[in-house]
Design a protein around this ligand. Structure first.
Ligand code: ZN
Length: 280
């Protein structure tokens, strides 16, 4: 019993031994280094922003608390163990390592009346491949400007329905895990831009239905889909909070809801992190 109390006491004491300046506000909110999460890493304090790369893709680097630079890295659902970020600055190239913690994602079983949405017809596959390529290009967008806000606004006000990362089975067949966050809101609810940005892709896609991609800057991309209506077009600059469409149930959806993906360095991550709703 005494040993147990001593162990608990040790756990409480340890954090106070860290330097008080170890973490800033954004790091504390965003650093969730788990599969499908975000790793926040200090990458120097020089005058110029260093460049950072993870798995050969450019990574967001911003200044925190007016002094040090931090890299904000999207962690793939499939990643585990020790990882390295390559950092280039005036002194050369070096590596910054981080460890990925464990996170378990539950299963979700969904019944769809339209089996074509589970096993598309051969003629659907041409369309699906073309749309996958266009979306892959959109997710790889990396523009230099930093996002207007890194803690994002929810695209709609409403309760969360399906969490990010659920291992999905449609009519008993396993498909890709849930790449975003669902909100239970009625059809027609206006969908707002979570931060300022540029509309880089719109369209009516086979699985996602009416879809809007917004580039917020430095590889941070929002995608909202299953919309009943799209109110913007490619190339539009949208303000934070601007209406980009309305909630619907187009594409592979069982009913009206809002689906929101957040992507960082071409990795789909848990949007809950960016609205302060992340659960371990
Ligand atoms: Zn969804």
């Amino acid at each position: 019993m005494f040993r147990l109390i001593a162990a608990c006491f040790a756990l409480v004491v340890v954090p106070f031994s860290l330097p008080a300046s170890a973490e800033g506000f954004l790091s504390r909110l965003l650093n969730k280094p788990v599969p499908g999460g975000v790793a926040v890493l200090p990458v120097g304090d020089g005058a110029e922003a260093p460049r950072a790369f993870f798995q050969d893709k450019p990574v967001m680097v911003i200044r925190e608390d007016g002094n040090r630079w931090i890299a904000i890295v999207g962690v793939p659902l499939t990643a585990k163990g020790s990882q390295q970020v390559q950092v280039q600055d005036a002194t050369g190239t070096h590596q910054v390592g981080f460890e990925i913690g464990a996170k378990r994602y539950p299963e979700q079983h969904i019944r769809l009346k339209n089996d074509r949405m589970v096993n598309p017809l051969p003629e659907d596959n041409v369309r699906i491949e073309r749309e996958m390529a266009a979306q892959a290009r959109a997710y790889r967008t990396f523009t230099p400007g930093a996002p207007s806000n890194l803690m994002l606004d929810k695209p709609v006000n409403g309760p969360l329905s399906s969490a990010f990362g659920l291992r999905r089975f449609f009519n008993g067949e396993e498909r890709a895990p849930h790449s975003g966050l669902d909100f239970a809101v009625p059809a027609g609810t206006p969908v707002k831009a979570p931060a300022a940005g540029r509309v880089i892709l719109t369209g009516n896609l086979f699985f996602n239905g009416n879809t809007v991609f917004i580039d917020h800057g430095q590889g941070l991309i929002s995608m909202v889909c299953h919309l009943s209506r799209i109110d913007v077009k490619e190339g539009d600059e949208v303000a934070r909070g601007a209406v980009v469409g309305a909630v619907g149930s187009t594409g592979r959806a069982t009913g009206p809801h809002m689906h929101w993906n957040v992507s960082l360095n071409d990795v789909r991550v848990d949007p809950a992190i960016f609205i302060g709703a992340f659960k371990r």
